[in-house]
Design a protein around this ligand. Sequence first.
Ligand SMILES: [Zn+2]
Ligand SMILES: [Zn+2]
Length: 283
Amino acid sequence: MKHGSQIALYCPVWKMFVKMSKNGTMGCSPVVQSGVFPKGWESEIFELVEIKVNSYALWSPVWKMFVKMNNNGTLGCSPIVESGIFPKGWESEIFEIVEIKENLHAFWSPTWKMFIKMNKNGTMGCSPSVERGIFPIGWESEIFEVVVVRPNLKGVQSITLSPKPLKIERNTEKIDEKALRAAKKEEEKNLKEREKEQEKLRKEEEKRKEKEAELSKHKLKSSRGEIYCVFCGMFKSRTHVVDYCSGRINDHNYVFMKDKKDRWELLCNKCGKSRSYAAEYCS
Ligand SMILES: [Zn+2]
Ligand SMILES: [Zn+2]
């Protein structure tokens, strides 16, 4: 990573400089017809930080934030980085610089595939998404003049902007087709993912129902001449009528035990309660 020149970005079509505000928003300076960078302005100055070949970040020496592109097509700022040293793993703050013609450049995010764009109303935003290296003919709001405000700062060799201009697409129809194909592919992918998700949910629901069905079954046992359900204590003759066992889910285990008056009675050998408590949790 190299720190390079401090630059300002001037949009020749809207005649404003790109500006960072202290509150972490991106906007534009007042109109400057001449394109000459006014003395004393600070919020419009960005330090070019080289991340790797042709990949740069734009750091504001005054507000200590990097210009950041958001997935939703807005332009904003990173958290404050006092040192200006580009944090590992950040992606939305990286831009590839595309040379349109001499000293006119566009800034493309390899992560979000959009160009930085200045709007006529003085706001900043992003272009529609386009594939790597394609700058559509006729676009103007995405072209910036790079004005070097302070060259060779910190004694570091200044950065040469994009020595090899990226390919410029000549046929706009082609671009639309490409974008369309990409969008269609994305849509198909999303649809498949949604179907997968639904299938997963369906299977989970099935499993849940199976488990529920299992939990509602009586389990018959023969003891002392009676056949009854060990979970709810219901006699076999009744289990044909009531086929839902409320005892299994509540974890009871009914056995014949002698009560205080020395009579055989079905009681849960865990909680000691009678069958009338089968629908309550064994405790
Ligand atoms: Zn039962
Ligand atoms: Zn019990």
